[in-house]
Design a protein around this ligand. Structure first.
Ligand SMILES: NC(=O)c1ccc[n+]([C@@H]2O[C@H](COP(=O)([O-])OP(=O)(O)OC[C@H]3O[C@@H](n4cnc5c(N)ncnc54)[C@H](O)[C@@H]3O)[C@@H](O)[C@H]2O)c1
Length: 253
């Protein structure tokens, strides 16, 4: 596999969290395929290591792995310094790391609430704190937060997840306003129902029920989200900031 002819991200550095698998891995691969260098961040050495190895097999020298829990503020600041030392700059930050701990409120433990909010929402705060200064000086600086349609419409059994993803939208708009003067754009993507390990936890009947309510009558795939992420990260998207763009087969129209 070689570089795609249109190498939109040549000389750019992208940090992608939760890039060990699923949507994050697809985004990391897509940046490398268009000439970008990628810091592949995930919680375990094993997952980010094998993801970076797979990317380097196709695009030698384009990826490096960093194992960190995005919810750990100090650890993320230390990782930020390491990434800047390794790559010299960061142009693009994609906050994709996310978890679910589903359950009706009656049964939801406070640890289920904390874990989801700490990873999905505080995780983005932690990475923006780590990279905002260098990004203000970088060329075409872009922050992209992977929210969810659940943050827009809510879901029974996902109060913690919906709150984290809705919070991420408020965070996105505030960061967009704060950093606009430095030409850093910040946007959120709201994926609908995307086929990954996360959604594989649902049984067939649950999946069929969800698909029946999607106007396009099919699940999305990781490439759909990667394509949108790369567009928002590109130089062409320079005039788009503070937006929430859904890729959801029409679920939230
Ligand atoms: N799959 C969907 O249908 C869907 C829909 C809407 C939004 N999303 C969002 O897209 C993102 C990716 O989802 P996915 O389906 O690929 O999930 P996934 O579970 O397949 O992958 C999540 C990745 O995040 C990493 N991660 C989790 N907690 C972390 C932490 N504390 N620190 C560092 N890394 C951590 C995991 O190691 C993994 O690599 C998530 O934020 C999710 O909420 C997914």
């Amino acid at each position: 596999m070689g570089l795609k002819p249109m190498a939109r991200f040549r000389d750019k550095v992208a940090v992608v969290t939760g890039a060990g698998r699923g949507i994050g891995l697809e985004i990391a691969k897509a940046f490398a395929a268009e000439g970008g260098k990628v810091a592949v961040v995930s919680r375990s050495e094993g997952s980010c290591g094998s993801a970076a190895e797979a990317i380097n097999a196709d695009f030698p020298g384009m990826a490096k792995a960093y194992a960190v829990d995005v919810a750990d503020h100090e650890a993320v600041q230390a990782m930020g310094k390491e990434i800047i030392a390794d790559f010299g700059t960061v142009n693009i930050l994609v906050n994709n790391a996310g978890v679910t701990r589903d359950g009706l409120l009656m049964r939801m433990k406070d640890s289920d609430w904390d874990e989801v909010l700490d990873t999905n929402l505080k995780g983005a705060f932690n990475t923006v704190k780590a990279f905002q200064r260098p990004m203000m000086k970088a060329e075409d600086p872009r922050i992209i937060n992977i929210s969810s349609v659940i943050g827009l419409i809510g879901n029974a059994g996902q109060a913690n997840y919906a709150a984290s993803k809705a919070g991420l939208i408020g965070f996105t708009k505030s960061v967009a306003r704060e950093l606009a003067g430095r030409k850093v754009t910040c946007n959120a993507i709201a994926p609908g129902f995307i086929a990954t390990d996360m959604t594989d936890e649902l049984n067939d009947a649950q999946k069929e029920g969800i698909v029946a309510n999607i106007p396009l009558k099919e699940m999305g795939n990781t490439a759909d989200i990667a394509a949108l992420t790369l567009f928002l990260a590109s130089a062409e998207a320079r005039y788009i900031t503070g937006q929430v763009v859904a890729s959801d087969g029409g679920m939230t129209m």
